[in-house]
Ligand binder design. Structure first.
Ligand SMILES: Nc1ncnc2c1ncn2[C@@H]1O[C@H](COP(=O)(O)OP(=O)(O)O)[C@@H](O)[C@H]1O
Ligand SMILES: CC(=O)OP(=O)(O)O
Ligand SMILES: [Mg+2]
Length: 404
């Protein structure tokens, strides 16, 4: 075993998405039992006008710069600059490992895995299944390997948490040969759901054992039905397109639309991919923005229609997942929109009275942790922390916890 594993050290976690790279540097102490964040940051707006910012644990800004001028050639040069910056700020501790969020683990990866050349090739082969995310995830691993020769890197998968789902949740109504070749529902945002399930277990164990729907509403949005902390069903499927309409992604469609667009409008696979991943969802319906904040502030009817469409579909999925769970004991909102948008939570919950949900609108406006009215099923706002979950997995995999 690597002799450094029994020592305190630093751990770098990278969460590279379609238009952002989030990162946290953790200090790992007490042979891995103690994982505490030192500083976190992000490069946002990649592809339009990248901006770099970092804060320490108490929220004090360590850096805030426009990286728009560097944002010319994809994510790899930005990753190099980011890693160079992090290198200068690493604490006086050995860098033990890096953990990555990798969006698609395909049919093969159900657990975090240490990255080898063979693993990297397999992750690359999954790019067609997650074209908005997987190239960035692979790029992050490659760039880090260039900068820190021999550094252990651990890939943690968004799909892995959903592996326990039953056949009926995982399977499309397609010929069996296709399912057997991997055309099945995988689900995403698994690291986020796993974090929420753990947080519920720590804070409200009696709820955590029950039937809970978690609404992870961000730029990418999905919902998950948890029973006793395990994923029973989720709204994203084979790719991160299925389910509710998102910032720029369509959500579920009648597949007949794709045949129509190909035959009658001459669209090929690349054109369809661009339409469904980049030009649809809140942006496509509103014609204004993919950002929920902008839409909520706009007084244009198209903005209101886009927000209404989003809330309607989120509520409908909560109904569907409650059916999959055989009832509902609690609802959780998380991620950018779920954590920060009181109007969206309020609109979604206005559809859910039949399930026994009524919000305390003052608590909702304040963004309290518990926002249900008296007599309602519990409704919580729980900030997600995919980076912490990745750190936990990376440390567990490196066997740091037991190395004492
Ligand atoms: N105060 C807010 N009100 C409404 N929406 C917000 C607010 N803050 C953030 N958001 C939304 O959250 C989104 C980002 O969520 P996040 O979970 O960070 O997304 P992702 O990880 O998918 O990039 C933004 O695009 C924005 O629409
Ligand atoms: C899978 C997915 O949609 O991820 P994100 O929310 O980071 O876009
Ligand atoms: Mg996200």
């Amino acid at each position: 075993m690597d002799p450094r594993l029994s020592h305190d050290g630093a751990l770098l976690v990278l969460n590279s998405g379609s238009s952002s790279i989030k990162f946290t540097v953790f200090q790992v102490a007490d042979a891995g039992k103690d994982i505490s964040p030192l500083f976190s940051g992000q490069v946002t707006g990649i592809g339009t006008a990248a901006e770099f910012s970092v804060k320490d644990v108490s929220g004090v800004s360590l850096a805030r710069e426009s990286w728009a001028e560097r944002d010319t050639g994809g994510v790899a040069p930005l990753l190099r600059d980011l890693i160079a910056w992090i290198r200068t700020r690493l604490p006086d501790l050995p860098l033990l490992a890096a953990g990555h969020r990798v969006v698609h683990g395909g049919a093969g990866f159900h657990h975090p895995v240490r990255v080898t050349n063979r693993v990297l090739d397999e992750l690359e082969s999954l790019i067609p299944l997650a074209p908005l995310h997987q190239p960035q995830n692979v790029s992050a691993i490659r760039v880090l390997a260039e900068s820190f020769d021999g550094l252990p890197q651990i890939a943690c998968f968004d799909t892995a948490f959903h592996h326990s789902q039953p056949f009926v949740a995982k399977t499309y109504g397609l010929p069996r040969q296709l399912s057997e070749k991997g055309v099945q529902r995988y689900g995403f945002h698994g690291l986020s759901y796993e974090f929420i399930a753990q947080r519920l277990r720590e804070t409200v164990p009696e709820v955590a054992e029950g039937r809970v729907v978690v609404a992870h509403l961000g730029n990418g949005s999905s919902l998950c039905g948890l029973k006793d902390g395990r994923s029973i069903d989720t709204t994203m499927g084979f790719s991160a397109l299925e389910g509710v309409p998102m910032g720029t992604r369509s959500g579920s469609l009648d597949p007949g639309i794709l045949i129509y667009l190909m035959r009658e409008m001459g669209m090929d696979a690349d054109a369809l991919e661009h339409l469904l991943y980049q030009e649809s969802g809140l942006l496509g319906v509103s014609g204004i923005s993919n950002d929920m904040r902008v839409l909520l502030e706009s007084d244009r009817p198209e903005a209101k229609e886009a927000v209404d469409l989003f809330c309607y579909h989120v509520a409908k999925e909560i109904g569907g997942l409650s059916c999959a769970l055989g009832g509902l004991d609690a609802l959780v909102f998380t991620a950018g929109i779920g954590e920060h948008s009181a109007p969206v939570r309020s609109r979604v919950c206005s559809y859910l009275r039949f399930l026994g949900i009524t919000l305390d609108e003052d608590a909702n406006d304040r963004g309290d942790t518990a926002i249900a009215a008296d007599g309602s099923l519990p409704v919580y706002i729980i900030p997600t922390n995919e980076e912490f979950m990745i750190a936990r997995h990376a440390v567990d995999l490196m066997n740091l916890r037991n190395a004492a």
